[in-house]
Design a protein around this ligand. Structure first.
Ligand code: NAD
Length: 291
């Protein structure tokens, strides 16, 4: 069993991005600048945004955090987005999800200039991704592709089961892995909450991407020997033995699945850190494209 080490791979990626930034600066070119909008005080969202700001510092980007209160109106948020759309110094920006219930998420994502949409959630980027045109790939699927590529995991002609059909993970993952590309060319099945024969499907799979958000859902009896496992799930579970009061659980029951796996991502330290590194990569790309 080989661990697909997202912590190490993302650190390598950040070193590479930092080298590119240094080069840009030496050539007198613009320093990439990422902005993030956070609405409210959700604990997990604050942790993610802070990690993104820290990653910007590490690679030498400029970063701006726009911290808005929970009761911010949709109109105020749309105005903040418009300000970032028209601010020439900002190369890319993200609006941290989920948003408070009174704000229409789709309307907000649609308001982002696709050229600055480094999360890759705007319909223009989703469409371009689907048509295999240059776009911003959503960071989590992009990170999974990068991990598979760097560990030379063979995907061509393999049976892939993606569990989950969300717009940010499952759906794009299934599209990307079915495309003609490195870490692609696979035969992909998308499973979701209405799938009736999941175990039958996962037992056939060479590669399983678990992105459903149910802790330790995929167990050893559901996979075949030699499978590759990508565990996207991150759920906080109360744990009084931890200083934070919680532990992080993936969607895979690691103890029973790992012994049967050829490759497996741990949680934490697998897909999570890759997501942040790919956001940095998209921001660098946005800056280079603008130039
Ligand atoms: P989501 O809630 O939007 O979607 C979950 C999907 O799982 C749905 O499509 C649903 O149909 C499917 N599903 C639910 N129950 C199922 C079942 N019993 N069998 C089969 N399919 C089922 O979730 P999401 O936003 O895609 O996130 C999934 C998980 O990944 C969450 O734990 C989330 O925290 C995590 N996540 C991690 C990262 C990262 O960077 N590592 C990024 C995004 C999301």
């Amino acid at each position: 069993m080989i661990l697909l080490d997202g912590k190490k791979t993302s650190a390598d990626l950040k070193v590479e991005i930092a080298a590119s930034v240094k080069q840009l600066k030496e050539q007198g070119k613009k320093t990439p600048h990422l902005a993030a909008i956070l609405v409210g005080t959700d604990g997990a969202s604050m942790t993610y945004v802070n990690a993104k700001v820290k990653a910007c510092e590490l690679v030498g980007f400029n970063s701006t955090l726009i911290d808005l209160p929970e009761e911010t109106s949709e109109e105020t948020l749309l105005q903040a987005i418009e300000n970032l759309n028209t601010n020439n110094d900002i190369d890319g920006f993200i609006v941290q999800l989920p948003l408070p219930k009174h704000i229409d998420e789709q309307k907000v994502l649609m308001a982002i200039n696709p050229d600055k949409d480094v999360d890759g959630f705007h319909p223009t980027n989703v469409g371009r991704m689907t048509l295999e045109l240059p776009s911003f790939l959503p960071a989590t699927p992009f990170g999974i592709l990068e991990l598979l590529e760097r560990y030379n995991v063979e995907t061509s002609g393999k049976q892939v089961v993606v569990i989950g059909r969300s717009h940010i993970v499952g759906r794009p993952m299934s599209i990307l892995m079915s495309q003609k590309r490195k870490a692609g060319d696979a035969t992909v099945t998308v499973a979701h909450s209405r799938t009736k024969n999941l175990k039958e499907l996962t037992l056939q799979a060479d590669i399983i991407v678990a992105a459903l958000g149910i802790p330790e859902f995929l167990t050893g009896d559901m996979v075949k020997d030699g499978v590759t496992i990508i565990d996207v799930g991150i759920t906080r579970i109360d744990d009084s033995s931890k200083k934070s009061g919680y532990r992080l659980a993936g969607d895979v029951h690691f103890e029973s699945v790992a012994p049967k796996s050829a490759y497996i991502t741990p949680v934490p330290g697998g897909v999570g850190p890759m997501t942040i590194a790919m956001l940095m990569k998209n921001t660098l790309l946005a800056c280079e494209r603008k130039a």
